[in-house]
Ligand binder design. Structure first.
Ligand SMILES: [Zn+2]
Ligand SMILES: [Zn+2]
Length: 279
């Protein structure tokens, strides 16, 4: 089976444990057909804390402009080192482009990049879904805002693959056990997927939920199938590993979901251009 892992993090992300060198070593051991490091670059915290008038939580990590450069430097070195041994993709996970689309476009235009995942971890005026006490908030309202900003990202963002479409469920359903009625969001999600198809972009099956309390992929088969129904062509799979132990985890399950939705190939990106692997 052709296994790929196109969403992973190294210590060039503030929340990850393994060095970029260790991650590539592990990917090569697993014999992946394609492997991407996609360290975090949060657009709304690209500069240092003092740059922002609305600082948000000072506990948050800032200076993603610095980590971005570190990541590019390490990834270009490793690309050279693993030439002919591993199909390595220099990527980023670009978070919150909707805070500043022009800065996001400038970051994404870096010619060293092979691949850009567009993600939203926090909506405007709120903290990352990971840090919100969802028992004290109205999840339906946050979900509504999230998908409205996802739609905006799909319309205006410069990226290749939309990251973890159902990210809020990791926390609201997975960690807090609050069941979310997603039916209210179906229409705007379908519209967003249509926009992605029109703009030649794809979605990922993020398998991290399979090893977390949520127990399903982000998104699950229902939305992967919806994307296919709307004419979606580009489907990527990533473990969202933050350490070598999780690298490649759940990819075979992700492939089964892609197949069940009607896909017969996966997509990865080199030089921001789609490449295909049969499944
Ligand atoms: Zn993410
Ligand atoms: Zn990630």
């Amino acid at each position: 089976m052709n296994l790929i892992d196109c969403h992973t993090h190294s210590t060039n992300s503030p929340d990850a444990e393994s060095s970029p060198d260790a991650m590539l070593k592990r990917a090569a051991e697993l014999g992946l057909s394609a492997y991407a490091l996609t360290d975090h670059c949060e657009v709304n915290r690209f500069f240092s804390y003092g740059h922002y008038s609305d600082h948000g939580d000072p506990e948050n990590t800032f200076d993603f402009g610095v980590t971005f450069e570190n990541s590019m430097r390490d990834n270009m070195r490793l690309k050279e080192q693993y030439k002919g041994k591993l199909n390595f993709i220099n990527g980023i996970e670009l978070g919150q482009a909707q805070y500043d689309f022009s800065l996001a476009a400038e970051i994404a235009s870096d010619c060293r990049l092979d691949f850009v995942i567009g993600s939203i971890h926090q909506v405007r005026g709120a903290e990352d879904f990971a840090f919100i006490d969802h028992s004290k908030n109205d999840p339906a309202e946050l979900i509504r805002r999230y998908y409205s900003e996802i739609y905006e990202l799909c319309e205006k963002g410069d990226f290749d693959i939309l990251g973890h479409l159902t990210y809020p469920l990791r926390y609201i359903e997975g960690d807090f056990g609050i069941k979310v009625d997603m039916k209210a969001a179906d229409e705007i999600i379908r519209e967003s997927l249509r926009v992605l198809v029109r703009r030649g972009k794809g979605i990922e099956i993020n398998t991290s939920g399979l090893r977390q309390r949520y127990g399903k992929t982000f998104p699950d088969l229902y939305y992967v199938r919806m994307f296919r129904e709307e004419g979606g062509e580009f489907i990527s799979i990533g473990s969202d590993a933050h350490c070598t132990d999780d690298l490649g985890k759940g990819i075979a399950d992700g492939i089964s979901i892609a197949q069940a939705a009607g896909f017969d190939r996966l997509t990865y990106f080199i030089g921001r251009r789609p490449q295909f692997i049969d499944i």
